[in-house]
Design a protein around this ligand. Structure first.
Ligand SMILES: Cc1cc2nc3c(=O)[nH]c(=O)nc-3n(C[C@H](O)[C@H](O)[C@H](O)COP(=O)(O)OP(=O)(O)OC[C@H]3O[C@@H](n4cnc5c(N)ncnc54)[C@H](O)[C@@H]3O)c2cc1C
Length: 489
C-alpha cells in the first residue's frame, strides 16, 4: 500500500511527488513512457518559467547572479498585477480567478521551493532579453530558466525524487482508478505487459493533456486538428482525464481550445527529443506571414511574441493547405532566434524578391510578390523600429494590418521559412478546487483524488502567456502532492 500514487512523469508529477514525500512515507510515480522518453512535454521545453519578481533581490533567491551579471542586465520587475493582467487579457477574462490567484501568488515561492530542493536555475539571457547599449533588457516576465532546459529540469527532479526514496516505475501506463463510494483507493496499471492493481491512500493525476490523441483532437478541437503536428510527447493521450471522467469527475475549461504554434512544415508527427522545441519558428514579429494564396492573414506585430505565439498555430492550421511562409530580409536576420539556424529547417533563400517567391512551393508566386510590395509601401518608415517596446511602427491602409515592428522587406538576401501548426497542449480537462482536489460533476471533491498540470481545465483559454505551463505544473503539483499526503495521515 502506497500513501500517494502520482500518475505521470513530467514536471507537475515530479513536483507533486517531491511535495508529497515531505509528509508521506511511501510515494510511487507511474510514468507511461520508457525511461529514455520520460518526462512528458516538460522534457521538450526550454525550461522557461513565468515567475513574479519585484526586482533582482527576488531573483537572487533562485538564481546565482554575479555582480557582473547584475551590472550588465536590466531585469526590471514582473509584479503580481502584471501576471494577473497577462492571464486575464490573453484568456479574454475567462481564467478561473481562484486558480489564477494560486498560480500567480505561488509562482515565486514555488520556484524558491524547487531551488531549495536542488533544482538549479539561470536567467534567460539567450531568449528573453535584447542587448540594448551593452545591457541585456528583459521584456516579458519570463526571466527564470531551468539549467539544462527541459531535460535538465526533468533529470534534476527525477534525481532528487530518487534520493528521497520515491519509487519511479517506467513503462507503467495507468489504465483506470480503483474507486468506490468512499473515494479513490488506487490505480490499475499496465506494466511490462501485465495489468496489476496498485493500492494507494491518495492519487495525484498529472498525466498531461490529450493533444497526442488524434481522435480526441478532432473530436474536441474540431475538424482539421488531426492534421496538426504534435510538438511534444506522444504519450499524452488524455488517459488520466478519461480515468477521472469514468468515475464521475467534472469536465472543465476550454475543451475546444489549445496551445499551438508555428512549427516546421516538415517536422515529424510527434516531437523529437534530439531537436526539442527548435522546430518552432517564433520570430514572425520581425517579418511577415504569407499563405498558399500569397496573402498575409494575421497581424504579426499585434503584441509581444510571448502573447501571440500560442494562438497563431490555430490561425496557420486554418490556411489553405495548413501551412504558411515566414518572410524576412537581411536587416532582421541577426535578430532571428536560434531555432532558425538548425539543420532540420524548411528554408528558402534568394537575392531578389522575384527569385524568392518562385521558390515558395505550393504558393501563388505572383500574388506573393504583389503582397510583399504592397506591404512595403504601407510601412510607416517614419516611426523608429524598437524591438523592446511595442513601437507602433505599423502599416497603414492594409486589410490585414501589422501593428508593431513593421520593417520593409527590401534588403537581400531574403529568407522564407515554411511552417505549419504544431500543437503543444490541450486546454480542457478536469475541474479542481483550490486544494487541487478533483471535483465530481455535482461539484463535490472526490475523496483521495488530486490533479495538476496540463490536464486541469479552467486556467488557460484561447491563448496563454509564454512560460506559464511549467509554473502551472510546479505550483499545482506542489499543492496537490502536499494535500494528497496530508489526507493520508
Ligand atoms: C516543444 C515544447 C516547448 C515548451 N516550452 C515551454 C517552456 O519553455 N515553458 C513552459 O512553461 N512551458 C513550455 N511548454 C509547455 C509545457 O511543456 C507544459 O505546459 C508542461 O510541461 C506540462 O507539464 P505536465 O507535467 O502537466 O505534463 P507533461 O510534462 O507532459 O507530463 C505528463 C506525463 O504523463 C505521462 N503519462 C501520460 N499518460 C499516462 C498514463 N496513462 N500513465 C502514466 N503516465 C502517463 C507522460 O508520459 C508524461 O510523463 C512547452 C511544450 C512543448 C511541447
Amino acid at each position: 500500500m502506497y500513501d500517494v500514487i502520482v500518475v505521470g512523469g513530467g514536471n507537475a508529477a515530479l513536483c507533486a511527488a517531491l511535495s508529497a514525500s515531505e509528509t508521506a512515507r511511501k510515494v510511487l510515480v507511474l510514468e507511461r513512457a520508457p525511461e529514455e522518453e520520460s518526462g512528458g512535454n516538460s522534457r521538450f521545453t526550454a525550461g522557461l518559467l513565468r515567475v513574479v519578481y519585484n526586482g533582482v533581490e527576488d531573483l537572487k533567491q533562485v538564481i546565482e547572479l554575479s555582480d557582473d551579471e547584475i551590472a550588465r542586465s536590466d531585469f526590471g520587475t514582473y509584479t503580481e498585477e502584471q501576471f494577473f493582467d497577462d492571464m486575464a487579457r490573453v484568456t479574454e477574462f475567462r481564467c478561473d480567478p481562484d486558480l489564477t490567484e494560486i498560480l500567480v501568488k505561488n509562482s515565486l515561492p514555488t520556484v524558491i521551493w524547487m531551488r531549495k530542493n536542488g533544482v538549479r536555475f539561470t536567467a534567460a539571457w539567450g531568449r528573453q532579453a535584447f542587448n540594448v547599449g551593452g545591457k541585456f533588457k528583459f521584456w516579458g516576465g519570463l526571466t527564470v530558466e531551468a539549467v539544462g532546459g527541459g531535460p535538465g529540469l526533468v533529470d534534476s527532479l527525477t534525481q532528487i525524487a530518487r534520493k528521497r526514496g520515491i519509487e519511479v516505475w517506467y513503462s507503467a501506463r495507468a489504465l483506470s482508478l480503483v474507486s468506490d463510494d468512499e473515494g479513490v483507493h488506487g490505480v490499475r496499471v499496465k506494466r511490462a505487459g501485465k495489468t496489476l492493481e496498485v493500492k494507494g491512500k491518495a492519487v495525484v493525476l498529472a498525466a498531461g493533456g490529450f493533444q497526442a490523441n488524434t481522435e480526441w483532437r478532432t473530436r474536441y478541437l474540431g475538424p482539421g486538428w488531426e492534421l496538426a503536428k504534435v510538438r511534444g510527447t506522444r504519450f499524452n493521450t488524455g488517459d488520466a482525464i478519461e480515468m477521472a471522467l469514468d468515475i464521475g469527475a467534472a469536465a472543465h475549461g476550454n475543451w475546444s481550445g489549445c496551445h499551438a504554434v508555428a512549427w516546421d512544415r516538415n517536422a515529424p508527427e510527434f516531437g523529437d527529443l534530439a531537436v526539442g522545441d527548435q522546430f518552432q519558428k517564433h520570430s514572425y514579429p520581425w517579418g511577415i506571414y504569407l499563405n498558399a494564396e500569397g496573402k498575409r492573414f494575421v497581424d504579426e506585430g499585434a503584441d509581444f511574441r510571448n502573447y501571440t505565439y500560442a494562438k497563431y498555430g490555430r490561425v496557420i492550421l486554418g490556411q489553405p493547405g495548413q501551412f504558411a511562409w515566414q518572410i524576412f530580409d537581411a536587416k532582421v536576420k541577426p535578430q532571428l532566434r536560434d531555432e532558425y539556424r538548425i539543420k532540420q529547417v524548411t528554408k528558402r533563400v534568394a537575392n531578389s524578391l522575384e527569385e524568392l517567391v518562385r521558390q515558395l512551393e505550393d504558393t501563388n508566386a505572383d500574388n506573393a510578390l504583389k503582397e510583399i510590395q504592397a506591404y512595403n509601401r504601407a510601412v510607416r518608415t517614419d516611426v523608429p523600429f524598437n524591438p523592446n517596446v511595442k513601437d507602433g511602427r505599423r502599416t497603414e491602409g492594409l486589410a490585414v494590418p501589422k501593428s508593431n515592428w513593421a520593417n520593409t522587406i527590401d534588403t537581400p538576401p531574403f529568407e522564407a521559412y515554411a511552417v505549419t501548426c504544431g500543437i503543444t497542449f490541450s486546454f480542457g480537462g478536469l475541474r479542481i478546487n483550490t486544494d487541487a482536489q478533483v471535483l465530481n460533476s455535482d461539484g463535490e471533491p472526490i475523496r483521495g483524488l488530486y490533479a495538476a498540470g496540463e490536464l486541469v481545465g479552467g486556467i488557460f483559454w484561447f491563448n496563454y502567456p509564454g512560460g506559464s505551463g511549467l509554473t502551472n505544473g510546479a505550483v499545482f503539483g506542489r499543492l496537490a502532492g502536499k494535500n494528497a499526503a496530508l489526507q493520508t495521515r
